[in-house]
Design a protein around this ligand. Sequence first.
Ligand code: KE4
Length: 428
Amino acid sequence: MAGLVSRRLFRRASAVIPGGVNSPVRAFRAVGGTPVFMRSGRGAWLQDVDGKRYLDFCLSWGPLILGHARREVVAAAGRALRRGSTFGAATEAEVALAEAIRQAVPSMELVRLTSSGTEAAMSAVRLARAFTGRDMVVKFSGCYHGHVDSLLVAAGSGATTLGVPDSAGVPEAWARTTVTVPYNDLQAAAAALRRWRGRVAAVIVEPVAANMGVVLPRPGFLEGLRELTARHGVLLVFDEVITGFRVCYGGYQRICGVKPDLTVLGKIVGGGLPLAAYGGRKDVMRLVAPLGPVYQAGTLSGNPVAVAAGLETLRLLKALKPYRRLEERTRSLAEDIRRCARACGAPVTVNQAASMMTVFFTEHPVTDYASAKLADAGRYAAFFQALLESGIYFPPAQWEAAFLSAAHGERDLDRAARAIGRVLTAGS
Ligand code: KE4
């Protein structure tokens, strides 16, 4: 439960910020209680404003693969800040970061930096519409691409029916430009492209979904999307805001071998500062202003401080090569949780991909949004709160991903496994 200072701050925040938070999921609405206000982070640990420490498995929703306040990243950002935070002009460092991204993700032949994943996804969709001269987009239930108006869409009744707004303020007409189909359902995607033949600009997908909790692509799903989109003259957009530099040095496309036309990056690529990117085929990206007619801009796009943090993060990831150890440790923790759940009869399914995972409170396999939604959010809430009391900070929502960082040591993971085991055994 949140301490006294958090509770006081939440009352103060609620008087001046909608819901007391600057992003809805931080409000703990999905898990109940007052949100914990954080004061600092170091390595794998967070400290809240009441002085309580937590082993952090939310890691700011993904950016902090090196852990909080990584010394080299802080130093690099500090040096940049002391030279001036922003010039609104080109700098060498942003060229170096774009080059590093292209080297890591070769399908991104040209790269544009933005300040958020939402901005990058929105721009990629606008670009796809311009390149194809078409208006519609196919997305997948449970996948999230930021608060882009036309993508804040709930699935229509059938797999090929037009979307309906999933947020107030989104015009019906904009929602109807999006068709939502079930993740991992290639037939539904094919049906949507047939039904709206000649009108679909892009298919946008999280290659490993993480916004309904972690859901892995079925063998052949991404390859099938590549073949379908190529056949229909539709651009394939991989939203790798989470998977980019999380699952390997590059994106999931390096692992699965599927080459998208456009890729969206965020989170890790900014090293914990506001930076994201989109990029892809030269012939497509050449439409982006000032080269072409697709306008996209940003005062702080590619700003020196965030670029410095991103560059240092990518340099460290390349040098440290943490991915194998991260995957092994995450797999081991996932196995510990499964073993404990079997032993105590807790209805738990754990999906794990590289250094991210989700503990779903359901005994069914979770392969798409419909099966993810069978999870018992109330039991997850009790699980989250019990872990919080034990000094373990999981994502405050069932349908999100938990992450490990290079700063999580064996002792930290043993501590987490023991705490999770106690909580599952106690029936929370
Ligand atoms: P941002 O605009 O939050 O930088 O990125 C949007 C976005 C785009 N694509 C994917 C696959 C994403 O996961 C996100 C943002 N992720 C959420 C958590 N799953 C951010 C947390 C929040 O909204 O506070």
